[in-house]
Design a protein around this ligand. Structure first.
Ligand SMILES: Cc1cc2nc3c(=O)[nH]c(=O)nc-3n(C[C@H](O)[C@H](O)[C@H](O)COP(=O)(O)O)c2cc1C
Length: 242
């Protein structure tokens, strides 16, 4: 039986050493399906999940993960990718979906209005935000928005670096969905940003515009793979009731 959300969150630890027992790739894939249900900025889903089960590739990736035990002893690896460049394709997918959902001759005026608003979002605002030319366009938009922002609330995250953060934020939420889902079925994980991302990309034949959000080691915990009791700063230091 799957753990409850709270139990899975408590069970999840970053596990740096896994036992030799194989894990079921189909179950890992199911957890990745859960990952893809994470919230995502503008529902653009600018992510990919590369599920590595080939032992030779795991070996190569472990070296690229700076020989970390969490990769070396992993039964499988998941590489979470943020791909900002997918925005056009994903916008189109959203537009096609909206046209299908709202394709009714007797659409209520309220829904007609909603459809128009959503379509304008993907046909006008998203291209405006995501179009880029060597970072110059983003900087230009940023300056314009800072000026408008003197007079009214505006969206300010328009630079190239901001849009990269947007893509990584959503990919990281998906990664967390994945890790909690794995914990729920008694599988363990370790997120790793400690890797040579250029080498990881080469090993997986990823294009230049793919960015590694994290590599996740997967397996079943060896108790020695939990390096100590869980440490968090006192909750009062991070909780602010307003
Ligand atoms: C984005 C990110 C990157 C991380 N990179 C690494 C890493 O490269 N190697 C590693 O051993 N742990 C890595 N960790 C795991 C953290 O060290 C770990 O989450 C933290 O110490 C808290 O422990 P817990 O996950 O067991 O609660 C990473 C965690 C996150 C969220």
């Amino acid at each position: 039986m799957e753990k409850t959300v709270t139990d899975a969150i408590n069970y999840r630890r970053s596990v740096r050493k896994y036992i030799d027992t194989p894990i079921d790739g189909d179950k890992v894939k199911q957890c990745l399906k859960n990952a893809s249900l994470a919230p995502t900025s503008s529902n653009l889903q600018l992510w990919e999940f590369h599920h590595v089960t080939d032992k030779e590739i795991i070996k190569k990736l472990a070296v690229a993960c700076l020989n970390q035990n969490a990769a070396k002893t992993a039964q499988q690896l998941v590489v979470v990718i943020a791909k900002k460049g997918l925005w056009k394709e994903r916008s189109k997918a959203n537009i096609d979906f909206l046209n299908k959902v709202y394709d009714k001759p007797d659409l209520a005026p309220r829904l007609q209005k909603r459809k128009k608003m959503f379509l304008a979002y993907y046909q006008k605002l998203i291209p405006f935000l995501y179009s880029e030319f060597l970072g110059i366009l983003g900087l230009f938009k940023f300056i314009i928005f800072q000026i408008i922002g003197l007079f009214k609330p505006v969206y300010r995250q328009t630079r190239l670096s901001d849009m990269r953060i947007v893509a990584h934020k959503s990919a990281a939420l998906a990664a967390q969905n994945f890790m909690i889902s794995m914990a729920a079925i008694g599988y363990d994980t370790c997120p790793m940003e400690g890797s040579d991302t250029l080498r990881v990309k080469k090993i997986l034949n990823l294009p230049r515009n793919a960015e590694i959000t994290m590599v996740i080691g997967c397996g079943i915990r060896d108790e020695a793979g939990i390096y100590g009791p869980r440490f968090r700063v006192p909750f009062e230091k991070v909780y602010f009731k307003v």
